[in-house]
Design a protein around this ligand. Structure first.
Ligand SMILES: Cc1ncc(COP(=O)(O)O)c(C=O)c1O
Length: 409
């Protein structure tokens, strides 16, 4: 059979939405300056679907630095991979600042979080090793696992007994040259719950393993200084390799891992997605430095983010919505599990109430779960929250009755 013909018959789990909802449910275009108010299909909407948690993306100082750096360096330099010709003083300075920000000895920049963490996992473990990861891990961890040569096993989401079972099994099979890597997330980005980092770290007393934490949503938003989920939970030191991305709180592109110097040195020479790919353009790096500095200097942004999160969440709870036990700004609203209902909610919210929300279904979350996921930002105002809660109140007859039907069924 012709390969291209075959593809037509298997659109994939998200394919149904891309074919009939292109430009609306998938690939929508939010236009105008980045922020809590943008334009969708020409209409003003309050936006709850972008991860610019601290509102830095369109900050005047950031816009100024972006402009100046682009003018000074252009968008091409440096050419080549870091290892070859793509290094610069700015890249190295940013790495020092990132390490300092997350209280780890050294950091390594990654061009993209997704490929970066895949390649870090791939590089760290070999065929003698064991890789154990949370079942709800982000796709980049799952794909990293596919690349890794190690023996793999999965533990039930945030289930310490299940993890311990896997650790016991792996430990019993350890050869002198075998090691164990456990991978989990600081914040599970769809449901908003935190990884059980303290409990996982406590297992180090009993089993020999290293812990890699993907803290994409926690970096910048959690902990008194934004250094993430480990700081928030008081166990940051027990994280052996910390991963953060710029794609959320820094509102940029790029990512990093932070850990001991000997591991950074190893990754510099072995993380293939970085060795065989062009390094981040200088304006991105210069801008990331400025954004990090602003985040450091403006802790009140984090306070405002949390204030907004709490207002939104308590408002939704008061209206009778199930927002799951989220412990981060990520605010999921559980729907009945029907993608049709979820699409209706998205459409009514956008068209009748001027509130832009997004739905999340399998394979982003487990099969059967359908969420409306709201991302509060420090830049949202009380008016935005009120307008959104009013909209959620108005859609209660469609959104909640169906859910109640399902719960009582
Ligand atoms: C938990 C998690 N890990 C990794 C990534 C990938 O990061 P990036 O967008 O920098 O590729 C994301 C999404 O951005 C994420 O949500």
């Amino acid at each position: 059979m012709d390969l291209f013909d075959k593809l037509e018959g298997r659109p994939g789990p998200l394919g149904q939405f891309t074919s009939d909802g292109y430009g609306y449910y998938t690939f929508p275009k939010l236009e105008g300056p980045l922020g809590p108010e943008m334009k969708f299909n020409g209409k003003d909407v309050v936006v709850w679907s972008i991860n610019d948690y601290l509102g830095v993306g369109n900050h005047p100082r950031v816009r100024q630095v972006d402009k100046e750096a682009a003018e000074k360096y252009g968008l091409s330099a440096p050419m080549g991979a870091r290892l070859m010709t793509g290094n610069s003083d700015e890249h190295e300075a940013l790495e020092r600042e990132l390490a300092d920000f997350v209280h780890k000895p050294e950091a390594l920049l990654l061009n993209f979080g997704y490929q970066g963490i895949m390649s870090v996992i791939h590089a760290l473990v070999d065929r003698n090793d064991f890789l154990i990861y949370d079942e709800l891990s982000h796709a980049c961890i799952v794909d990293g696992k596919q690349l890794a040569m190690a023996e793999k096993s999965v533990f039930k989401h945030n289930d310490i007994e299940s993890l311990e079972k896997q650790l016991k099994r792996a430990s019993s099979k350890l050869k002198p040259n075998s090691s164990i890597l456990v991978v989990t997330e600081g914040v599970f980005g769809m449901t908003g719950d935190l990884g059980k980092l303290e409990e996982i770290i406590a297992l180090k007393e009993k089993y020999p393993f290293r812990l890699l934490v993907d803290d994409a949503h926690g970096f910048g938003t959690l902990g008194h200084d934004g250094s993430g989920a480990g700081t928030q939970l008081g166990c940051h030191e027990g994280i052996d390799i910390y991963f953060g991305t710029f794609a959320k709180a820094v509102a940029l592109i790029g990512a990093f891992v932070a850990t001991e110097p000997r591991v950074i040195e190893f990754l510099k020479a072995n993380a293939r997605s970085q060795i065989f790919a062009k390094s981040l353009p200088l304006p991105i790096v210069v801008s990331a430095r400025e954004r990090l500095k602003l985040i450091r200097e403006n802790p009140q942004w984090r306070e405002k983010l949390w204030e907004n999160t709490n207002k939104l969440r308590s408002g939704l709870l008061n209206l009778g919505y199930n927002v799951l036990p989220s412990e981060s700004p990520v605010t999921p609203v559980l729907t009945s599990g029907s993608t049709e209902l979820c699409k209706t909610i998205m459409r009514v919210m956008r068209e009748e109430h001027g509130v832009f929300v997004s739905g999340v279904a399998y394979p982003v979350v487990p099969k059967g779960m359908v969420l409306i996921r709201l991302i509060p930002m420090a830049s949202h105002t009380d008016e935005h929250i009120e307008k959104t809660l009013n909209a959620f109140e108005a859609i209660k007859p469609i959104a909640l009755e169906k859910l109640e039907e399902k719960i009582s069924a």
